[in-house]
Design a protein around this ligand. Sequence first.
Ligand SMILES: [Fe+2]
Length: 497
Amino acid sequence: SFSESRMDEFKKRFRRSGSLGIPFVPEQDMRNIQQTICEQEEGPHLLTVIITTPRSSESLTRVLATLKDPVKVQHIESREAHSGERDALEMLIQMEMSSGVKPNEVIEDLRSAGMEVTEIACTIPPIRSTDEQIFVDPGVTEALAGAPWFPKTIYDLDKCSKRVLMYGTDLDADHPGFKDAEYRKRRMFFADLALNYKQGRPVPRVEYTPKELETWSKIYRELRALHKKHACQEFLDNFALLERYCGYSEHNVPQLDDLSRFLKAKTGFRVRPVAGYLSSRDFLAALAFRVFNCTQYIRHHADPFYTPEPDCVHELMGHMALFADPDFAQFSQEIGLASLGACEEDLAKLATLYFFSIEFGLCRAKEPVKIDGSAVNGDSKSSDFKIYGAGLLSSIGELKHAIEDKPTILRFDPDRVIQQECLITTFQSAYFYTQDFEEAQQKLRMFTNSMNRPFVLRYNPYTESVEVLNNKRSLTLAVNSLRSDINLLASALHNIL
Ligand SMILES: [Fe+2]
């Protein structure tokens, strides 16, 4: 439950002409709006259903009366019935089950009361095979005591990547698609796909409509022309590969599954479909596993160069190419790993660092016109820079602004960056640059070393899980892996020298 004015304020924060990967809502505000953050590993079940009822004011009362304590309603919204029946209404309800209450029993109660119920998602516990034992090293539970819950294995993403803050069909009155019933129906289709997705499965392929393709083509042409002039070389090189191997073209919207396979082979990154906004905690957590939460729907055709929310144009045109770059992939994963179990304060800082690098970052052109002390003071000419931030590379308006309007461009210094406000409704008032990704990575590491987190995590790609480096087994594994790499390097050097 939350007041309407609060929700309005919350929504206003997402208005902008570009689009962003994550919303920047303070963690505490987000909890008040939708209390779905589960602090415990064995937290309550989160059940999402669609209930079809007659279109009457009593329907909602009847539904709520059936959901007795200890079922807590987290989110509720209505839409036109999928069937097109004029007298019917569909309600999407997200509920939290307290311990001891089974989601099936709640569904049965609703059905017994004569309601038509479709289960959309039940996100806890994470999807695992029933006979799989969860191995926990001695001392790990104690080390993590008091820290916020975070995913330990890649399959835990089925839990946190579905905690969307705003559901796709709940479009605002000023959203270009608000009055378009067909568009709203289409968004519901994409939301259903994402909410039903399970980690490890192929991402469902989508046939985009002629209208959607037309929107895509218009943006593709404009953005590609700007990319060629202003994007960094790593982006351009990898984009060429996407055109070659992943079906990128003016006439085709690439499929997430093709991208996921390509990125997996190139850098180990994968994409999974997401239904809408995630909290910064849930969004960044997936990066720790080299997983990117990716929207699959496209903006409304009425205004191809405007979207009030991230869509597949932002993700595909802005983000994907650089996830194919090994240095950038590593940088992204390190932000993700640092976010796991971080306190609220550190998490907000990391989200800001993410925002001014992966979303809005600039780097030096490979052949700089000049490098002098003036850059640090924000006097650099924007032509000295190339862009790697996805928020810029997917927004024609802000990309031109960053290059042509002589904005303030400062050196990416984490202590300075975390003081910068992330602007959602307007263009940024400052941008930050590094020489290259390596510099960004070095600076991020210095920052994460200063974070207030009493445990160290390492990603184990073989088990696709994160390990706490505080016990004999995990430390021995890490040392042996390093020893093996050093041995290989020594052999390789011996062959060369
Ligand atoms: Fe993004």
